[in-house]
Design a protein around this ligand. Structure first.
Ligand SMILES: Cc1ncc(COP(=O)(O)O)c(C=O)c1O
Length: 319
């Protein structure tokens, strides 16, 4: 489908994918550019980055496997309608330290140079992946895009010069930084409950519309949209409605005194919110509303009870 729709570049992850791309390109006759995803062994975790020989990532092929990579490049390059351009890597998300990109670029350029020397492989393009941070909470200090892009380009120029490489294209994949802060999720407050040590505020959504807090303890900020001028006098935990103890959207956040039917706004859900929403516990997904210049448009409808039952059937299977 990608080839017949004219997708410009396919990023190939491993040897089996290489073979599949070769097979499909031969059959279809369509032209396509290819990048090979490698794992440079640089991992960025928010405020820290580490350069390790982390060999077991499920993404890409480790740059320590040079022979295997050279073989993949040769396999792709042998097909006239596949144009091998270079390498792709993605070292992590929410990167707050531009030095992580410097480490990524330095490692990749050295690798590219070695491949050129040892296997006569010419690399025209590098895709450095994403990781451009969004603002979720007051702890987050995203680096301005212009700053991080300058660091990336300056480092690329320096390393290209150092190794005298024919590299002529650098790509990035800015993911959440484009849209995360443009979106918020509105929840209706249901019940509240005081336990021995906590006060819970239950809302009419949770991990089914935003899996990130439950999946990897992602942090968010929120407000009571209808009480913006009231004092934040209570420390509460915002809990979702799924049947899991882990369905907590925010642990210990200061809010005004919440009442049933209040509107809770959770910020920075424009990325990895709806796109990762599910029907967990058979809950319907919410509507998506775009708002601009005082006008609102529904762009994805709320899933109804009928929608939830739509795929259910009772059909005899003929074996
Ligand atoms: C290959 C690749 N590129 C780019 C991104 C975008 O990452 P982010 O939104 O964290 O910038 C991801 C996210 O997982 C990714 O896997």
């Amino acid at each position: 489908m990608a080839l017949s729709y004219g997708v410009g570049t396919i990023v190939v992850d491993n040897a089996m994918e290489c073979e599949l791309l070769v097979q499909v390109a031969k059959q279809s006759g369509h032209s396509v550019k290819a990048l090979l995803r490698v794992n440079p062994g640089v991992e960025a975790h928010t405020h820290k980055y580490i350069v390790t020989a982390h060999l077991d990532s499920k993404f890409g092929t480790s740059i320590t496997h040079k022979e295997e990579i050279a073989h993949m490049v040769q396999t792709l390059s042998a097909i006239p309608n596949i144009h091998f351009e270079g390498f792709h890597s993605h070292i992590g998300s929410q990167i707050f330290d531009a030095n992580a990109y410097v480490a990524e670029i330095q490692t990749l350029m050295k690798f590219v140079y070695e491949l050129q020397e040892e296997y006569q492989i010419q690399t025209k393009a590098l895709n450095l992946g994403g990781g451009f941070a969004a603002y979720y909470t007051a702890e987050d200090k995203p680096i301005p895009l212009s700053e991080v892009c300058s660091t990336i380009l300056d480092t690329c120029s320096m390393e290209k010069e150092r190794y005298q490489l024919p590299l002529c294209k650098v790509m990035i994949e800015p993911g959440r930084s484009i849209v995360a802060e443009a979106g918020s999720t509105l929840y209706r407050v249901g019940f509240t409950k005081q336990t021995a040590n906590k006060k819970y505020v239950f809302v009419d959504g949770g991990m089914s519309d935003n899996i990130r807090p439950a999946l990897y303890q992602a942090a968010y900020a929120c407000d009571l949209a209808n009480r913006m001028n009231e004092e934040k006098c209570e420390k509460v935990t915002i809990a979702g409605k799924c049947c899991e103890s882990g369905d907590i959207l925010i642990e210990d956040v200061m809010l005004p005194h919440a009442q049933r039917n209040d509107l809770l706004i959770l910020y920075t859900t424009g990325a990895y919110g709806y796109s990762m929403a599910s029907n967990y516990n058979r809950l319907g997904r919410p509507a998506v509303v775009f708002v601009k210049n005082g006008k609102a448009r529904i762009v994805v409808k709320r899933e109804s009870y009928e929608d939830m039952c739509m795929m259910e059937c009772d059909e005899l299977v003929h074996i």
